[in-house]
Design a protein. Sequence first.
Length: 106
Amino acid sequence: MRMLLTPYLQRDLGVVLLRPGRELLEHFSGRVRLLISSEPKELQDLPSGLLPMANQHLATDPRLSSFFRHSRVIYAAGGINSLVSWMERSTTCQWGDPPPITTIRI
């Protein structure tokens, strides 16, 4: 879960308030810790609220693009036809626990 929220500073109390809105409050139930960071440039135009899960920084990192396009990496992943076939028959979200990390030698 990732959210983009506007902080409201209350200097006299020494606290910062975050107002996620009623629809996002359920994400704060239980014991939740937050990672606070500066707003990245690519999110500056987005409204406050829940961020889409599709925002994958590794997939858009220009330093990794040559790796993802390398023919041996594509081959190790089953080839481009396999990828296209998998995506065409998939009808549900594939998000879940990540598989174990494996090493691909290039």
